[in-house]
Design a protein around this ligand. Structure first.
Ligand SMILES: [Mg+2]
Length: 378
């Protein structure tokens, strides 16, 4: 079996005017990503995703990988990441190259699973985990005139028992948002906060100390991802667990986060970190230092499916039988047809539980007609 065709597909969806999604750094008005469709000479189609702007991801795949991927045996997937650091030499350690590698890697795993008739989490050495705990990514900063508590109420009404909210503007607003969210979520729900790297260490420390009483499961990107010394400083001064990883990629960056004890939880994005193969390496590095692994998901339905398969395969460590820790999986609550519309059976997080697909490969069927609807290069 060999790969016979490779097609990057840039997608974009513009949010309605006045409905931009905000984090502490500003508002976004477009959802965009790049799918990858591989097909083998045996007629098996595999889907991947690069968490990168369409024109850049497409050009990277076309220029740097097309010739090597055509004719490749999908079972050789594990060698992709290593090869990417050697060729193109000097460029492997770039986010765009590793996003491209991620897309190819995910599509290869999808093909392997479909070929042998097994879901990817089983191929990864799976666990007995058949459901995951979705957490609502919500309470974005909004351009709409709506009460800040409304999206959290909607999430709880939909059955979510865990949520992550945006903070990172001012100490006062941070505390107000956290108090509001905790009040609606109740005492027992897991509550995470996300600064999106918008603070200096002293600001992050002040906020973390002020919200500690609200039982925060983690504070995400309290300082910019490049500011590793800032992570060290925050870690030394606060008791709230720290999470990061959505902006990082590859085992080398994650090894630094883990070995230097800069975070308590790593959050690889499957469409950026190097794919399922590299995520598995990252999870083992984290396990060796007793650091948690919870995937970051701001992706299409394909990247979400990959993250679900990965999360289902991450073993509990240490054994959490007596200290239950759910495998939390991010579920963005904003309107996004690239997540739901392109799948024939979208993921359903309502009721506070997410089933792990047991169908072969990534466990999804991509609706190619809908994909064409959101295509950004035609
Ligand atoms: Mg985040």
């Amino acid at each position: 079996m060999e790969i016979a065709s490779i097609e990057p597909i840039p997608l974009s969806y513009s949010l309605p005017a006045g409905e931009g999604l905000g984090d502490a750094r500003g508002f976004g008005h477009e959802r965009a990503t790049t799918l990858l469709r591989l097909e083998t000479d045996t007629g098996v189609v595999g889907w991947g995703e690069a968490f990168a702007p369409g024109p850049i991801a497409s050009a990277t795949i076309e220029e740097l990988f097309r010739d090597d991927v055509l004719g490749m045996d999908p079972y050789a997937v594990e060698s992709l990441a290593e090869r990417s650091y050697a060729d193109p030499y000097h460029f492997g350690g770039s986010a765009f190259v590793q996003s491209a590698v991620s897309a190819i890697d995910l599509a290869c795993w999808d093909i392997i699973g479909k070929t042998v008739g097994k879901p990817v989490h089983t191929l990864l050495g799976g666990t007995e985990r058949t459901t995951l705990t979705p957490y609502a990514s919500t309470m974005y900063f909004t351009e709409k005139d709506r009460p800040i508590e409304e999206p959290m109420r909607e999430a709880v009404e939909a059955g979510f028992t865990a949520a992550k909210i945006k903070i990172g503007t001012t100490l006062e607003e941070d505390v107000e948002r956290v108090r509001t969210a905790r009040g609606i979520l109740g005492e027992d729900g897991h509550l995470m906060v996300d600064v999106n790297g918008n603070y200096r260490p002293d600001q992050a420390i002040r906020t973390a100390k002020a919200i500690e009483e609200y039982d925060i499961t983690w504070i995400e990107e309290p300082v910019p991802p490049e500011n590793l010394s800032g992570y060290r400083e925050v870690k030394q001064h606060v008791d709230v667990p720290i999470a990061a990883g959505e902006a990082h990629f590859g085992r080398f960056e994650f090894k630094r986060l883990v070995d230097d004890r800069l975070v308590d939880v790593v959050q690889p994005n499957l469409a950026r970190c190097g794919g399922l193969s590299e995520a598995r390496t990252i999870a083992k590095l984290a396990s060796a230092e007793n650091v948690g692994v919870r995937p970051h998901i701001w992706n299409s339905g394909v990247g979400l499916a990959a993250a679900v398969q990965f999360a289902a395969s991450v073993p509990d460590y240490p054994n959490t039988r007596n200290v239950p820790e759910p495998m939390l999986v991010e579920f963005d609550r904003s309107d996004n047809p690239l997540r739901d519309g392109i799948l024939e059976a979208p993921f359903d997080p309502t009721g506070g539980s997410l089933d792990v697909p047991q169908e072969p490969g990534l466990g999804i069927t991509v609706d190619e007609d809908t994909v064409e609807t959101y295509r950004a290069d035609d």
